[in-house]
Design a protein around this ligand. Structure first.
Ligand SMILES: NC(=O)c1ccc[n+]([C@@H]2O[C@H](COP(=O)([O-])OP(=O)(O)OC[C@H]3O[C@@H](n4cnc5c(N)ncnc54)[C@H](O)[C@@H]3O)[C@@H](O)[C@H]2O)c1
Length: 440
C-alpha cells in the first residue's frame, strides 16, 4: 500500500516516520521546497526526540521518501493523509482552514479511484464533509472516502505517543476504509490500544473537546494556585489531594505559567467559535481562554514586582514546554517583550528554541548555557521544565549571583532545596523562601 502525507511538520513527519516503520511505503509531502530539500539532505527541520534517527533509518531502507510534487505523488497513492496547519484565523477566532482546503483542491485534481483521504489536522465539525464536496465537484465519478483520524501526539514524546496511543479515533462508516485503517494501525491494534470507530463529525469534535478539557484543567489548577498564595496553602498538596480521587485523576494538575503551544490556545478558540456559530455557547471554555491570557499578563507583573529595581532578568526556557523547539503561543512570547518594554535587560537560555526570526526576542541576549545567563542577571525566571534546568546547580547559581532571586513558574524545585542557600525563591501556589537574611 502506498501512503502519502501532505504537510511535513510536527504531525506529518512523525506520522510518516512511524508508518514507514511498519512496512508501509510513505512519501512525506510539503509545499515548502526548502523544507523538503533539507529533509532529502538528512536535515530534520524540527526538534523531536528520536525523530532524526528514525527518519534516517527509514530513508536508508527506502520506506520513506520526500517530495514537493504533490500532484504527481497523489496520482500514485492509495491513502493520503492531510496533516497541514489549522491556525487561528487572522480576522476572528475560528480555525483557518485554507491549508486544508488547498490540499483538498490539489487532491481533487489528481485523485485516483478508490483512494482514502485521511484528515489528521485538527478541524471543526463538518470539515471532512467539505473536503468530500470539493473532491466530488472536480471528480463526480470517482470512488473515494474521506476519513477523520485526529492526532493526539504530544510534542516531546511524539514517537512514543504515536506508537502507544491512549486511543485511536477513526471517523468513517465505510467498510473498506475501516479495513484499511485497521491495517495501517495493525501494530497499535496488536498491542491492544483502544480504537474507537465513530462518525466523522463525532471524531472531529472528540479532538477539540479533548484539548479543551486539558486546557480547562490547567487553568483550574492555576486559579487554585493563586488562591493558595493568598491563603498560605500549598498547590502541590492540593493537586495530590484531588488527583487521588479516581474520578479526577492526577494528570494535568501542575500549576504553571498557563497553556501555550500550537494546539490548546487555537483549538480552544476554534471550539468557542464553533459553539457560537451553532448557537451552543461554550461559556466555560471562553472563561478558560480569558483566564489564560490574563495569567500571562499577571506573570509579567509578578516578575516586575519581585525584581523591584533590579534591571537584569535571565529567562531559562522559552519553548512552551520541554523537549520541543516549538515556541508557538508560548508564555515567553508575551512575557519577554513586556519586560523589555518596561526597561529590563533580558538574557535568555533555551536548549532547543530557534534564535532566528522571532521578533519578540530580538532585543534579548541569547546565552549558551544557564550559568552564563546567571552571570548577567539579578533575577532568574524559569518558564520551561527542561531537565537541564531541573538539574541545574543551585549552589553554583548562588555563588555566581549577588543576592539571587529565582522566580520559578514551573515549581521545579522542592522548597527545602533553598533552605540553606542564599537564594530568594518564588514559585507558584507555594510559600516564598527568602534565605538571604538567614544566611547572612
Ligand atoms: N503539533 C502538535 O503537537 C499537534 C498534535 C496533534 C494535532 N496537531 C494538529 O495537526 C495539524 C498539523 O500541525 P503541525 O504542528 O504538524 O503543523 P506544522 O505547522 O508543523 O506543519 C504543517 C506543514 O504543512 C505544510 N503545508 C501547509 N499547506 C500545505 C499545502 N497546501 N500542501 C502541502 N503542505 C502544506 C507547511 O509547510 C508545514 O510544513 C494541525 O491541525 C494541528 O492542530 C498538532
Amino acid at each position: 500500500m502506498k501512503l502519502s502525507i501532505i504537510g511535513s511538520g510536527y504531525v506529518g513527519l512523525v506520522t510518516g516516520a512511524c508508518l514507514a516503520n511498519v512496512d508501509q511505503h510513505v512519501t512525506c509531502l510539503d509545499i515548502d521546497e526548502k523544507k523538503i530539500n533539507k529533509l532529502r539532505n538528512g536535515i530534520i527541520p524540527i526538534y523531536e526526540p528520536g525523530l532524526e534517527g528514525l527518519i534516517k533509518e527509514k530513508v536508508a531502507s527506502s520506506s520513506l521518501t520526500f517530495s514537493s510534487n504533490i500532484s504527481e505523488t497523489v496520482k500514485n497513492t492509495d491513502v493520503i493523509f492531510i496533516a497541514v496547519g489549522t491556525p487561528t484565523n487572522k480576522e476572528n477566532d475560528s480555525a483557518d482552514l485554507s491549508q486544508v482546503y488547498s490540499c483538498a483542491e490539489e487532491i481533487a485534481k489528481n485523485i485516483k479511484n478508490n483512494t482514502i483521504v485521511i484528515l489528521k489536522s485538527t478541524v471543526p465539525v463538518g470539515t471532512c464533509d467539505k473536503i468530500e464536496e470539493i473532491i466530488n465537484l472536480s471528480n463526480p465519478s470517482i470512488n473515494f472516502d474521506v476519513v477523520s483520524n485526529p492526532e493526539f501526539l504530544r510534542e516531546g514524546s511524539a514517537i512514543f505517543d504515536f506508537e502507544n496511543p491512549d486511543r485511536i479515533i477513526i471517523g468513517t462508516k465505510e467498510k473498506n476504509s475501516i479495513s484499511t485503517l485497521n491495517s495501517i494501525y495493525k501494530k497499535q491494534i496488536k498491542n491492544n490500544f483502544p480504537v474507537i470507530f465513530t462518525t466523522r463529525r463525532s471524531s472531529e469534535l472528540i479532538k477539540y473537546a479533548s484539548n479543551s478539557m486539558l486546557a480547562m484543567r490547567i487553568i483550574f489548577i492555576n486559579e487554585i494556585a493563586d488562591l493558595c498564595e493568598k491563603v498560605g496553602a500549598n498547590v502541590e498538596d492540593i493537586s495530590l489531594g484531588i488527583g487521588l480521587d479516581k474520578r479526577i485523576g492526577p494528570d494535568f494538575l501542575n500549576a504553571g505559567p498557563g497553556f501555550g503551544g500550537s494546539c490548546f490556545p487555537k483549538d480552544a478558540r476554534a471550539l468557542v467559535e464553533s459553539g457560537k456559530s451553532y448557537n451552543a455557547p461554550q461559556n466555560l471554555l471562553k472563561a478558560v481562554i480569558d483566564g489564560n491570557e490574563k495569567r500571562k499578563e499577571n506573570l509579567s507583573k509578578r516578575i516586575i514586582e519581585v525584581a523591584k529595581n533590579r534591571k537584569n532578568i535571565g529567562v531559562l526556557g522559552v519553548t512552551y514546554k520541554a523537549n520541543t523547539d516549538d515556541i508557538r503561543e508560548a508564555p515567553s512570547l508575551s512575557i519577554i517583550p513586556d519586560l523589555i518594554n518596561k526597561g529590563f535587560n533580558v538574557s535568555i537560555y533555551d536548549p532547543q528554541a530557534s534564535r532566528d526570526g522571532i521578533k519578540e526576542f530580538e532585543e534579548a541576549n541569547w546565552e549558551s548555557d544557564i550559568y552564563s545567563v546567571a552571570k548577567k542577571s539579578d533575577c532568574l525566571v524559569i518558564l520551561t521544565e527542561w531537565s537541564e534546568i531541573i538539574s541545574m546547580d543551585l549552589k553554583k547559581i548562588s555563588d555566581i549571583m549577588t543576592q539571587p532571586i529565582i522566580i520559578d513558574f514551573r515549581n521545579l524545585f522542592s522548597l527545602d532545596s533553598f533552605k540553606k542557600l542564599n537564594i530568594e525563591y518564588h514559585s507558584i501556589g507555594r510559600e516564598t523562601i527568602n534565605s538571604h537574611k538567614e544566611v547572612e
